[in-house]
Design a protein around this ligand. Sequence first.
Ligand code: GRF
Length: 204
Amino acid sequence: MSYRVAVLVSGSGSNLQALIDDAPGGGYEIALVLSDRADAYGLQRALHHGIACVHLPLRRHDRTAWEQRLTQVCAAFAPDLVVLAGFMRVLSAEFLQAFPGRVINQHPALLPADGGDMVTTRTGHTIPALRGAHVVADALRLGLPVSGCTVHRVTLVVDDGPLLASAEVVVLPGDDVASLHERIKTEERRLIVEVVRRLAREAR
Ligand code: GRF
């Protein structure tokens, strides 16, 4: 039985693409791509590769119904793992309970293993743990010498949860959000493939 992965995206889906490319040799299959946004390029990537894809728009005042539909749609594809790959929505306890311990997230900054507010890097810097939707800009604004990315299991606490992998990225003089984020995303694509392969292997 193959290890089934659902990928939730809100944007370009370059991490999704890394998974699509890796799946045939990686011991898993992408069973579903779902987006809250019609214009998420990740949906086009799924269509191009013949992967089931669903657009589930979130309308105002409809949050509970949307969460229920999201849970039902994902459950219908029986995923062993749900990957939040640039999915810009915070998920409810109901969703997480439907896939206990099986939802993972990518975060474009370093997070500490202890859920605290500081991270010590391998290069010996102690930097603040950046959380939220603008962490690449935050790293630049704070003048951090190093940032990075993390893959972690999702819990009810946003941008927290047991770490699965992380990588550090040096901030270069002259970096702007786009240049730093692109180098971070290069590492994210490497990490997400590594983590999903590992989880698929452990499930065998
Ligand atoms: C990644 O940096 C991820 O950490 C963040 O959104 C970005 C998604 O990039 N949450 P892409 O859509 O996979 O290219």
